[in-house]
Write a protein that binds this ligand. Structure first.
Ligand code: F6R
Length: 261
């Protein structure tokens, strides 16, 4: 696992967007797995700026959703489908045909989950998966004690996650769904490259447990330790509880430039 400590969220977004630009140069039709929430926004902003500035051609890129609320009406502005279309797909100038996601309004939720795992495999698998992290260590919506081998399935959100996400629903927790579809941890681990961005002091405990704690279902993000190509990008505040912070800084400062992200 590589840990990159950056001064702030904007710098984290830039580092990751540069890595995505390199990937799209090597593989123009790469499948990018995208997370929602506040953390990844600087990545998308940096990526969109490159496309709009003409330094990056992302016209053949494909985008896959990580998770989705269950039961929001189709087209709800806070469904993750609507969010990814608004924040990533449309500003990159991609069509909905380039977008894969689970059907959060399906009658048969488990069938929708299984169909999504199949669709990801049929699309050749995710090349680079962007991840955020919950204050409880979740990735996607794999809450603590999710199986590390899990596939895409329905999960029940913890009350803490519903409280954390109420800001997207007029600060009204009653509007936040209890259930979600999320790529499982086993599904996420199949992506070729995992890139987790964490910013702010509120993520410091979860980051320390993910990077330096034992691999444990209690901290779902710790499963990144099992992946051969995982990159954790953190700002100073989110890095503040890492015991090996100086080593991570030293390693990154001396990284061979040919290595890329
Ligand atoms: C959402 C997702 C979640 C978020 C996490 C952090 O697609 O995958 O794991 O990344 O809840 O959310 P923010 O970034 O809003 O703190």
């Amino acid at each position: 696992m590589e840990v990159i400590i950056v001064p702030d969220a904007r710098a984290g977004g830039e580092v990751i967007a540069n890595g995505i630009a390199d990937l799209l140069w090597r593989k123009p039709d790469a499948l990018l797995g995208v997370a929602t929430g506040s953390t990844p926004l600087p990545i998308y902003e940096a990526l969109i700026a490159k496309v709009q500035g003409g330094s990056l051609d992302a016209s053949r890129a494909r985008v896959a959703q990580l998770d989705e609320y269950v039961g929001l009406p189709a087209g709800h502005p806070e469904s993750y489908r609507s969010t990814v279309l608004r924040q990533v797909v449309e500003p990159l100038g991609l069509s909905e045909d380039a977008f894969l996601g689970p059907d959060g309004s399906a009658q048969d939720v488990q069938a929708a989950c299984t169909a999504y795992d199949r669709a990801l495999a049929a699309a050749g698998g995710v090349d680079l998966q962007i991840l955020g992290i919950g204050t409880d260590g979740h990735i996607g919506f794999n809450e603590p004690c999710s199986s590390l081998a899990s596939r895409t399935r329905i999960k029940t959100l913890t009350e803490q996650t519903r409280i954390d996400n109420a800001r997207f629903f007029d600060n009204d927790i009653d509007q936040v769904p209890h259930h979600v579809i999320t790529q499982g941890i086993g599904t996420i681990l199949e992506a070729r490259h995992l890139v987790l961005l964490a910013t702010g002091e509120g993520k410091a405990d979860a980051v320390a447990a993910t990077v330096e704690g034992p691999v444990a279902a209690l901290i779902p993000a710790s499963a990144l330790q099992l992946h051969p190509h995982a990159t954790v990008v953190v700002d100073e505040a989110a890095a503040s509880k890492l015991k090996l912070a100086d080593y991570f800084r030293h390693t990154y400062a001396n990284k061979p430039s040919w290595q890329g992200l």
